[in-house]
Design a protein around this ligand. Sequence first.
Ligand SMILES: [Zn+2]
Length: 329
Amino acid sequence: MRREALNFIACPNCSNGLALCGEVREEKEHIMAGKLACAACQALFSICDGVPVLLPANLETVKLETASRFAEEWTRWKDLRGYYEEEFFAWVAPVTGEDFRGKTVFEGGCGKGRHTAIVASHGARAIVSLDLGESAFIAFAHTRDLPNAHVIIGDLLHPPVRPAFDLAFSVGVLHHLPDPAAGFASLASRVRNGGRVFFWVYGYEGNEWITRYINPIRKAVTSKLPAGLLRVLCLAPSVFLWAVIKLFYRPRADGQGPQYLPYGDYFAAMHSYPFDEIHANVFDQLVTPVAFYLKEEEVRPWLSTGLQDILLRSHRGYSWTGLATVNRH
Ligand SMILES: [Zn+2]
């Protein structure tokens, strides 16, 4: 955690600012260990391995592990940066890299920090990225050399940041929350008046076969399996999917996929992915206990109260991208 993060973080219980207290251990520009105190409600939070853990009192369950063992994964991740960036800007269009320049940005759900690094590299003044679990330590390892990136552990439904961001976004995360609508409202609540908020979520439309055939298996079986076993079980379907993509989804010169096949553009974008990336995608689909596939009529009401300049578009027929400007007057 950099000291600048104190300008953005807040107590998850009462939204008051936080102050460093007691002994701190520093490593270059980061505070690796220490305590953060809320003067209003007396709550005390820890900085663990460089990441502040800002969970509400009833949620102190996150497993804390050091980030060093992820070094190997980081190398692979760096190789894929180009694809991730293309994919990200396809999901969030019409938002472009220019929209982040000079802005303060809040990211609700950063996973391993893929998008955090992209936004930071496009000149955001600061990006504060939140995740609930230990993936935040990986995100920290991925972004610790970026002076404008800040990673925190927190709950998006009790966001431990001040409500003053120019931009807030959540890509691929809201549909994994028990209440996606509440997650979006919470995200938007951290944006200043006149700032913008955007999201990308799975659509129900175009994914009926997943909701019909894959979801029951995921809920009843795969989300309950030990991760190591599930990784092994995912190998066979991943090989199949990888072969199908290699054989039938070569992108055309304009980057588009075969329009006569399902997920044409989506799979074409994965055509040059290495096998382990396909495997990771299959695993992600099956490991999660909560995944909503959202209908347009479920998502559209999110973009109402206190928002204007609303845009909701279907992205490639299987997902929803929403964008709006915050106006609370
Ligand atoms: Zn407090």
